[in-house]
Design a protein. Sequence first.
Length: 212
Amino acid sequence: MRLILIGPPGVGKGTVSALLQQRLGLITLSSGEIFRREIEAETDLGRLAQRYIQHGELVPNGVTIEMMAKRLRDPAVVRHGFVLDGFPRTVKQAEALDEILFNHGIDLDKAVSMEVPEDIVVARLSGRIGCTKCGAIYNSASHPPKREGICDVCNSPLFVRDDDKPETVRERIRSFWTNTAPVIEYYESTGSLMRVDASKDPESTYAAITAA
Ligand code: AMP
């Protein structure tokens, strides 16, 4: 299965893609997560990406497309199927992805638009905590870890993302409506779009995606 998850920040793309990875063996490629690892490793790409990420802006298309194209060249990704979380985020990126898949001789199965009212998104982002190692996601109010600051899955320390502060969140939501909403229309026009109600728990969203 080859899927794309599209939705505003905080909609639950990371949580649902983790379920798809654990249960169906799909390889998750999260552009945001890849950027965060590059920042941590202090690479040139990481330094460049950080300048945009810290303001809630998109990293330029050129470097983002090149980075994802490199990951999508891995034969394991083509063989096992994948779920793209956070890419494509612009129509330019969607067109580039079409070309990459065409060159591999593979098709996309579905572009899933995860849809929620904006107040739910904001509530989910305030209080979001992530694992530094395995990427598990918690929320201090609605889904706290069993031990404060420690991941239930792998015992690593948890962290609050820098770009989850309110002013950056507002910019990320604005960027979603300006840059990424047209990507939903793009996949609607190609007939690959599937809309799911992501306002309930991640299990319901997972069930809706796998049922389709
Ligand atoms: P995410 O973890 O998906 O919320 O991404 C965190 C940040 O990384 C975003 O706010 C952007 O600054 C950057 N980013 C992630 N994916 C992309 C992309 N496909 N295109 C441009 N910037 C991205």
